[in-house]
Ligand binder design. Structure first.
Ligand code: UTP
Length: 307
């Protein structure tokens, strides 16, 4: 299939980051701190996500926040007291680190109130987004900065119109943890057409092993569908249910495509994945990596000897 140019399509400029979940898998750390603020090496997980949006050309960022989310707003704001102290000390390196997050993007915030599901969180973005296509990046889903995904999704959406989801092949036994897509191939090896979506299916009923991961580029018609979507699994308004309606009827908001991602991705809301993200990213760091790798090698050798 040849991707067609969609000349009349507006350039995507807005990113929406839902970060209003309760983070119960990470208690007690998330009792008073949003899980998106947990550090991955020395940066909060959410900063990687905002950097990813900016890296894909989206510098207007709307964060959907909730209870306990004040630290998120503070992190992307100036901290004059800290800046003054570092200026007095002449510590330019740390000053740059403090200022980095506040200079990153134009940040906007809206409160979700009751966390009534991801679909409901996305719906809270409707007044800010208006009638343009927009990106959604889940605040606890970290795509390794070395494996760009969102820029490719934006490219596909701008050529095809409609909506684009990110897909990743998972072990069939794991598909019940994700939204799952039924797909058809296209002329592009990394792009598929999505014909159906099912939220967290039983492995026996899953239409494929393509899992939907936390990056989306959506047509604004999704808002109208979300307004009419009844709470689904877990009593929450599911984004997958709305996307399923888009995939089933192209006349509503255009086609739904999937970009198949083969890079590194971490669910930082899951404790095991969170630890893996830290180890991998720490190993790659120029400042910390060499020492940390040496230590890790020794630690693994000791562990192997103990087996
Ligand atoms: P999760 O499924 O990880 O839920 O949400 P959660 O409540 O954050 O975490 P656990 O499962 O209790 O540990 C996926 C994404 O959707 C956002 C979350 O912040 C996360 O980025 N979300 C979820 C909302 O913004 N609002 C909601 O009502 C639900």
């Amino acid at each position: 299939m040849v991707l067609r140019m969609n000349e009349s399509h507006p350039r995507i400029s807005k990113a929406v980051i839902p970060a209003a979940g309760l983070g119960t898998r990470f208690l007690p750390a998330t009792k008073a701190t949003p899980k998106e603020m947990l550090p991955v090496v020395d940066k909060p997980a959410i900063q990687y996500v905002v950097e990813e949006a900016v890296g894909a050309g989206l510098s207007d960022v709307l964060m959907i926040t909730g209870r306990n989310k004040r630290p998120l707003e503070d992190h992307f704001d100036r901290n004059y007291e800290l800046e003054e102290a570092l200026i007095k000390k002449g510590d330019q390196e740390r000053l740059a680190k403090v200022q980095e997050s506040s200079d990153l993007a134009t940040m906007h915030y809206v409160r979700q109130g009751d966390p009534r599901g991801l679909g409901h969180a996305v719906l809270c973005a409707a007044p800010h987004v208006g009638n343009e296509p927009f990106a959604v990046l889940l605040g606890d889903d970290l795509i390794d900065p070395r494996d760009p995904l969102l820029a490719r999704m934006v490219e596909v959406q701008e050529r095809e119109g409609g909506s684009v989801v990110a897909l990743m092949e998972v072990e069939p036994s794991q598909i019940h943890l994700y939204g799952c897509a039924a797909v058809e191939p296209t002329g592009d090896a990394d792009v598929v057409k999505v014909t159906n979506l099912v939220e967290k299916p039983d492995p026996a009923e899953a239409p494929s092993n393509y899992a939907v991961i936390g990056r989306y580029v959506l047509d604004a018609s999704v808002f109208g569908i979300l307004r009419e979507t009844e709470p689904g699994r877990g009593g929450e308004i599911q984004l997958t249910d709305a996307l399923q309606k888009l995939a089933a009827d192209e006349s509503v908001g255009g086609p739904v495509h999937g970009v198949v991602f083969k890079g590194r991705r971490y669910d930082t809301g899951d404790r095991g994945d969170y630890l893996r993200a830290i180890v991998r990213l720490a190993c790659e760091r120029e400042d910390l990596g060499p020492d940390f790798r040496n230590w890790l090698r020794g630690y693994v050798t000791e562990e192997m000897q103990g087996l």
